[in-house]
Write a protein that binds this ligand. Structure first.
Ligand SMILES: *Cc1c(COP(=O)(O)O)cnc(C)c1O
Length: 361
């Protein structure tokens, strides 16, 4: 069976050395030394002023939305994983969907401008598949209208724009370290900000509202990262450069194999200038939903399971009551598929996948 992704697992020996340490100390969560170590390495890696590990990316988004006080209408992208919209909705915000750019798959700054009104409190944008949004344009809009800007940077490990890691942008950026992501801590995530005030709020909110002493500063939730999660992160981290390189080779091989299809298929999205990609996903887009379904069916019959990332277009969710229209995102959600991509996927397997696609078109 070939799934869309396979979690990278480090050497068991190495992980066991960490778990032996944890058992020896007896401290298994809340500010343990491994969590502190991983947190400070990643703070430096992302080159941000404040960075907090949390138990997963979704709770990271919810905390970011609360800390930045996004209320009322929040302009967001319809093309992302469900957690982008559900966390906003869960926190009481009203998602207002700005359609995406057809070749970049990220939120269209011009559409954002059209939707700003008196109820708008912020912008929540996703760097889809680790490829940067039009960061400068979006930041300019946020500054002009005094809106808070949060980036769902779930896919961005290792990705840069203008020589800066994508976690550096916006008022707050949130990354996911879920097992399906390029770098993982089993489940996990992180919140980054360069704003001292927001950082203090986030620090308290993720720890049930405790301040640095014994007082309760305000309402909070438990989003603390455990030592076992941090240990996994410390084991995977030294491998991550190689993980990205291996994945880039697989993507190159896919592109070569699929080149003969010409206009029948569109590879991965267009990256804005100054992008340094992280090769987190390999998406392909077909001309119609019918063609995509035909290709998926053919692949499934060979035990290959690509995924419809991301469908449905989030403006079409059943709990979003008003009928907002985002034709570009809706078309993409109907025609895109992410092909299998993970370290260990062989050339032979990629060739079989590509041959199957070719013969089904
Ligand atoms: C994975 C993901 C999340 C949620 O992260 P978890 O760690 O799985 O909770 C949020 N947004 C996007 C775009 C994602 O892909």
């Amino acid at each position: 069976m070939i799934p869309v992704t396979r979690t990278f697992l480090p050497s068991l020996d190495k992980y066991q050395r960490y778990t032996a340490e944890i058992f020896g100390r007896g401290q298994i969560t809340n500010h343990g030394p491994l969590k502190n170590e991983l947190e400070s390495i990643l703070r430096e890696y992302f080159n941000v002023k404040h960075f907090f590990l949390v138990t997963n990316g979704t709770i990271g988004l919810q905390i970011a939305i609360k800390a930045a006080n996004l209320q009322g209408e929040v302009i967001t992208t319809p093309f992302s994983y469900i957690a982008t919209t559900s966390s906003l909705f869960w926190e009481g915000g009203k998602p207002v969907f700005a359609d995406i750019l057809p070749d970049e798959y990220n939120i269209n700054p011009e559409e954002i401008s059209k939707l700003i009104g008196p109820q708008t409190s912020g912008i929540l944008a996703t760097h889809v598949f680790g490829n940067p949004c039009r960061i400068a344009e979006i930041q300019e809009i946020a500054t002009k209208y005094r809106l808070k800007l949060i980036f769902d940077a779930a896919h961005t490990f290792g990705a840069k724009w203008n020589n800066s890691h994508l976690m550096q942008f916006g008022d707050i950026s949130v990354i996911s370290f879920h097992a399906t992501k390029l770098f993982h801590t089993v489940q996990g995530g992180g919140i980054a900000t360069n704003d001292d005030e927001l950082a203090e709020k986030i620090r308290q909110m993720k720890n049930c509202g405790h301040d640095r002493f014994t007082n309760i500063a305000g309402p909070g939730i438990n989003a603390e990262c455990s030592e076992f999660q941090a240990a996994m992160g410390l084991c995977v981290l030294p491998e991550v450069e190689n993980i990205m390189y291996q994945r880039s080779l697989i993507i190159d091989f896919y592109k070569k194999q699929l080149a003969s299809l010409g206009e029948k298929i569109k590879f991965q999205q267009f990256n804005p200038a100054l992008t340094q990609a992280n090769h987190a996903y390999f998406s392909v887009k077909f001309h119609s939903e019918e063609t995509r379904e035909k290709v998926i069916k053919a692949l499934n019959s060979k035990d290959v399971f690509p995924r419809r990332y991301f469908a449905p277009s989030l403006n079409k969710l059943n709990y979003i009551s008003d009928n907002q229209s985002c034709p570009v995102s809706e078309d993409l959600a109907n025609t895109i598929v992410c092909l299998p991509l993970y370290v260990g996927l062989s050339d032979k397997e990629v060739t079989m996948i590509c041959d199957t696609i070719k013969s089904s078109l």
